[in-house]
Write a protein that binds this ligand. Structure first.
Ligand SMILES: [Zn+2]
Length: 302
């Protein structure tokens, strides 16, 4: 089931940002328009059998397709192992079905389309109904709290740093996570996503000269000293770093809307999604490993 749903998520990822229907036209090769037959569309197996190439034109088919199928299948399996055959499993699987496409769309286009986030918030609240009224209440509080926390941070960021620290869709994504997981683990999700984003951002900064997820406040101050030594250590023949020299020019103009992500920048949405899945799937394990006060703070466990 995870493989089949993963195959469908590939369609969602390709079509939703383009504003296209996810049901109507049958899948075609984006390069030659060859209509894809059912036997060319079997998760993972077809991609392997075709050796990653379109049968008609021979152009490569992205490895993202089998990757998303495999990832969705593994996450489905992990959810089943975590929740068993329970009503909570349904909610967990639907969360996977929303977070996987949102993450890959955000990585590619730097948007979190509300065509996915808003119905997702509604689904999160609705799917908590079989788990009891208390859960519905906590789910609604989670959605509102998630939205307000990032709305407040955005407002503060604009007032204090005079810059956009979070994408507009991040509020909706945290509201969605709150609707599915309730308000209790929201602090853990924010903490884990920021921590992991900062660690990977720092590593990219170290190895690629300049990087970082958008919300890192140290990013604007870090590049100036890093540009010169960073440029020297970069591998020769790497075309990536050239656009990064646009940094200083950007600073003079002081505009935010025309901001273009650098080649190594990562949006925040995938980090939030990753943290939500970690808290959902590894929650009991985290509770055992972490010292009690930290565990209370992070997982909201009673
Ligand atoms: Zn083709």
């Amino acid at each position: 089931m995870g493989l089949l749903f993963g195959s469908f998520l590939n369609v969602v990822i390709a079509r939703v940002p383009a504003g296209e229907s996810i049901v109507r036209p049958r899948s075609r090769c984006p390069r030659c328009g060859h209509q894809i037959a059912w036997y060319e569309n079997i998760p993972i197996l077809s991609w392997l059998a075709l050796r990653g190439r379109c049968r008609a034109c021979g152009q490569p088919i992205s490895w993202r397709y089998p990757l998303i199928e495999l990832l969705t299948a593994l996450l489905f399996l992990a959810c089943q192992r975590r929740f068993g055959w329970s009503p909570e499993l349904v909610s967990a699987l639907v969360l996977v079905l929303v977070l996987v496409p949102l993450s890959f769309i955000d990585l590619e286009h730097w948007i979190l389309p509300h065509e996915l986030t808003w119905p997702g918030i509604a689904a999160g609240v609705a799917l908590s109904a079989p788990l009891g009224m208390e859960r519905v209440r906590d789910s609604i509080i989670g959605a509102v709290a998630g939205f307000l926390v990032f709305w407040g941070m955005e407002w503060l960021g604009e007032k204090i740093f005079k810059k956009e620290a979070l994408g507009a869709g991040d509020k909706d994504l945290l509201a969605l996570i709150g609707a599915f997981l309730t308000w209790k683990p929201l602090l853990a999700v924010i903490f884990l996503s920021s921590l992991q984003g900062a660690v990977v951002g720092s590593l990219l900064l170290l190895f690629r000269g300049r990087a970082g997820p958008a919300p890192e406040p140290e990013t604007p101050t870090a590049p100036p000293p890093a540009t010169t030594p960073g440029a020297e250590t970069l591998p020769v023949g790497e075309p990536g770093p050239a656009p990064e020299q646009a940094g200083p020019e950007r600073a003079d103009e002081d505009e935010e809307d025309d901001w273009v992500p650098g080649p190594t920048n990562i949006p925040f949405g995938p980090w939030l999604s990753l943290a939500a899945l970690e808290v959902m799937l590894l929650g009991p394990w985290l509770r055992e490993v972490l010292p009690v006060p930290l565990d209370l703070l992070l997982t909201g466990a009673r």
